[in-house]
Each structure stands twice: as structure tokens, then as C-alpha cells.
Design a protein around this ligand. Structure first.
Ligand code: GLV
Length: 321
């Protein structure tokens, strides 16, 4: 009998051609399945393909009679209770490779946008038209080249951002759970510092760490108080890494200069105060939102499922929570 695969999200089907040719695959039609729908349907499926914002919790895992694999569409897997899934003997897989470059590109885009007021100027031109003040002392931004970027989380995306920042002639310092070896630091042209030193020295701070209980609110009031008043915070990782109320306060009081955010603490939308601020650039979790990336990520999910059942290709396994 063919394996049964349940995909929770609506997606371009190109990436799933091979999966569909081998297995009995259920997709939602023109929308994502809700949690309750998946809960009802799940028993009897061999693999569940979840999206990064779909909670795969204990309740769902307990319901999953016969399930062997959870293949997540994302590099991050904080939506899954991985510890419980592994305890129950399930395999969890993710899609690290195709996520790296687009997310690093977006982070660099947010750095340049916030520094050079691109979105702010665009808004002003559209809303003020010929009333907009234009002159050599108007619409002044801050430089990117020659400034120091502090990267918190030096995994694949952090390193990819580092290479881009170096190309823009930025100095790069980083803080990570583990220091890179010296050869890699030299190749990347980066210096390891403590979190405190990074907060004090960086002109731009980019968060590229996974979301875990340890990284929850890794940036809050205490951290903002250590930053330069000219600092710009960039978050393309996960919203809850930042205490968003504390961020609003830091921006309102001029404790820091600006922010570029692709993710928010309380779901899909930022706190309303952020919408009012010209020095904040906001995007709705579009780190990997390009057509080709979406298709490649689907292909990797498909490869993870096929590799798991057939053993004919590598599976990107998540080994621990
Ligand atoms: C996207 O947010 C991802 O984790 O891949």
C-alpha cells in the first residue's frame, strides 16, 4: 500500500511532483488546513508535512497513530515539540539549505533600508508629492560601509549575512553559543565578542539565532540599555527573540535609532506603535518568500520524505530540540 502523506499548507505543486508520483499525498485546496482539520485527519498518515507557523504539539503527536515523520517546511522548527516527537520515536526533518541566501539577502536589505531611509523616502514621496522637502540636508540616513555589524547567531544565515556585510565594507563582530574555529573566523573576517561587547559596540545588530526557551527575549530592556543610541536592530529570525514592548519603548525614547523587522513577537503582525514609526521598516515574514525558493523548499521537503521512506537520498534530520 502507498504511504500516506499529509501536507498542511497550500504550495506550488512543482516541488512535490516526485512525492506525488510515489505516494498518496493529501494537500489542502487553495488554503492551508487548520489545526482542527489536521487533528481530525491525521490518524493513518505516515508523514506530516508542516509549515513553520503550524503547531505540531503534544496533542497532535499523541493523535498521530502510525505517523513516522514530521517534515517541516522551514529551517526553524520551534513550531514542533521536537523533544516529544523524538521521545515518541518520530523523525523530524527541516529545510536548511534553500533558506540561507534569501534570508541573508533580506537581512542585508533591511540593514540598508533602515540606514538609508529607503522606505521612509518612498512613503514621503508618495504621500507628500511635490510638498516633500528635498535638499542636501534633507532625508539624511546613516552610512552602512565602515559601520560595525554585530551578528547574534553565527549559523548558516549569520555567516551568509556576514559575507554580504563584508562586501559592503562593514566590520563584523559576532556572538554565538560556540566560537567558530580560527580558520573560519579568518576566512569570514569576523571577531568573536561577548554578547555584552556586541551590544555596546555594534551599529547594527542582526538576530540570526533559533528560537528556543534560552533565546526567548534575548533582547529586552536591559540589552537596549547597553546599545548605542544610534543602533539599529534587525530581526529576520523569530519574533519572540525580542521583547517587542521593550523595543517600542527603546524606539520611542530614542534609546536606539531604528529597527528592521521581518518577524514579530505576537504572531503575524507588529505592535501598533511600530506602524507609526518612520525609523522602523516592517515586512511580514518574507525571508524566504520568492517563487523559486518556495519551490526549492518544497522539493527539499519532498526529498526528506522520500529519503526517509526509501533510504535513497539524504534526509535533513533534526537531532535535538
Ligand atoms: C523560516 O522562517 C524558516 O525557518 O525557514
Amino acid at each position: 500500500m502507498k504511504k500516506k502523506i499529509l501536507v498542511t499548507y497550500d504550495m506550488f505543486r512543482e516541488g512535490f511532483t516526485e512525492l506525488e508520483s510515489k505516494y498518496d499525498v493529501t494537500f489542502p485546496d487553495g488554503r492551508d488546513f487548520t489545526y482542527d482539520e489536521v487533528y481530525e485527519m491525521l490518524p493513518g498518515y505516515d508523514a506530516l508535512c508542516s509549515m513553520f507557523n503550524f503547531p505540531v504539539d503534544k496533542k497532535l503527536i499523541d493523535r498521530a497513530n502510525g505517523l513516522q515523520l514530521i517534515a517541516n517546511y522551514a529551517v526553524g522548527y520551534n513550531n514542533i515539540d521536537v523533544a516529544y516527537a523524538l521521545e515518541k520515536g518520530l523523525t523530524v526533518a527541516n529545510t536548511p539549505d534553500p533558506v540561507t541566501n534569501p534570508t541573508a539577502n533580506l537581512a542585508l536589505g533591511l540593514i540598508i533600508d533602515t540606514a538609508r531611509c529607503i522606505t521612509e523616502c518612498d512613503h514621503k514621496l508618495r504621500s507628500q508629492g511635490k510638498e516633500m522637502k528635498i535638499g542636501v540636508l534633507e532625508n539624511l540616513g546613516v552610512s552602512v560601509s565602515g559601520q560595525t555589524l554585530g551578528i547574534i547567531g553565527m549559523g548558516r544565515i549569520g555567516k551568509a549575512l556576514c559575507k554580504r556585510a563584508r562586501t559592503c565594507s562593514m566590520e563584523v563582530i559576532y556572538y554565538n553559543r560556540h566560537q567558530l574555529d580560527m580558520a573560519e573566523e579568518t576566512k569570514l573576517g569576523v571577531t568573536y565578542v561577548s554578547k555584552e561587547e556586541l551590544l555596546q559596540q555594534a551599529d547594527f545588530i542582526s538576530l540570526n539565532a533559533p528560537y528556543t526557551p534560552e533565546t526567548f527575549h534575548m533582547i529586552g530592556e536591559e540589552e537596549f540599555n547597553k546599545m548605542k543610541p544610534s543602533a539599529i536592530l534587525i530581526n529576520t529570525a523569530r519574533g519572540p527573540l525580542v521583547d517587542e514592548q521593550a523595543l517600542v519603548k527603546a524606539l520611542q525614547t530614542g534609546r536606539i535609532h531604528g529597527a528592521g523587522l521581518d518577524v514579530f513577537e505576537f504572531g503575524d503582525y507588529p505592535l501598533p506603535e511600530l506602524l507609526e514609526m518612520d525609523n522602523v521598516v516592517l515586512t511580514p515574514h518574507i525571508g524566504t518568500q520568492t517563487i523559486d525558493t518556495r519551490i526549492i523548499m518544497a522539493r527539499i521537503v519532498s526529498n526528506n520524505v522520500i529519503g526517509f521512506f526509501e533510504g535513497d537520498r539524504p534526509v535533513s534530520r533534526v537531532l535535538r530540540p
